[in-house]
Ligand binder design. Structure first.
Ligand code: URA
Length: 195
């Protein structure tokens, strides 16, 4: 896939009607960031703010994510890409149903194929179950790297979970430091940016 095909993929995703979530969405949230990045973050699915703005992680959880990213020299503008398991908001922020995830999976698979990341960070249980292992335990296994098909995967606490449970913040931040160290070790095209 070349750059214009990736743009065409986004346009085509924006017209997707493969599952019932299309009926209640305001916007399809395809993803944001640098598609040439070596690090891909994957969340669960858009919430209310994301649905209204068409961009992942723009609510309170998104602000927290940006703060932790910035502290280790990462940003959605420069050196990462952020996507979700499902591209349309599940009503009342419920977990996306397995059939909705199945219907949406090919968009993410194509994003991964194009971006070709060295590291995939799964934000929360829904992404970690599907991308790392169906018995992934975020509380026990967050911050660990798992290698699959030449890609390193790490599960992290979901920002919304950290907001609900702020005493997880130090552990969550320690994961970002581990991520930064791994990026410095293996991502030779990634420049960490500090303002
Ligand atoms: N939660 C997610 O998992 N993804 C978003 O884009 C926003 C909130």
């Amino acid at each position: 896939m070349n750059e214009s095909e990736f743009r065409a993929l986004e346009q085509s995703c924006k017209t997707c009607r493969a599952c019932g979530l299309c009926k209640t969405r305001h916007n399809v949230v395809f993803g944001i960031g640098n598609p040439a990045a070596e690090v891909l973050f994957i969340g669960e699915g858009p919430g209310e703010n994301e649905d209204l703005q068409g961009e992942p992680f723009v609510g309170r959880g998104g602000k927290l994510l940006d703060t932790m990213l910035e502290a280790v020299g990462l940003s959605r503008k420069h050196n990462i890409y952020i996507a979700n398991m499902v591209k349309c908001r599940p009503p009342q922020n419920r977990d996306p149903f397995p059939e909705e995830q199945d219907a949406c999976a090919h968009w993410l698979a194509d994003q991964i194929a194009y971006i070709h990341p060295k590291i995939i960070v799964c934000l929360g249980r829904v992404a970690a179950f599907r991308m790392i292992s169906p018995d992934f335990k975020v509380t026990k296994q967050h911050g660990q790297f798992f290698e699959k098909n030449g890609i390193l995967y790490m599960g992290m606490f979901h920002p919304a979970a950290i907001l609900r449970n702020p005493n997880q913040k130090p552990e969550a931040f320690a994961d970002f430091l581990k991520l930064r160290d791994k990026i410095e070790e293996i991502c030779d095209k990634t420049t960490l940016v500090f303002d």
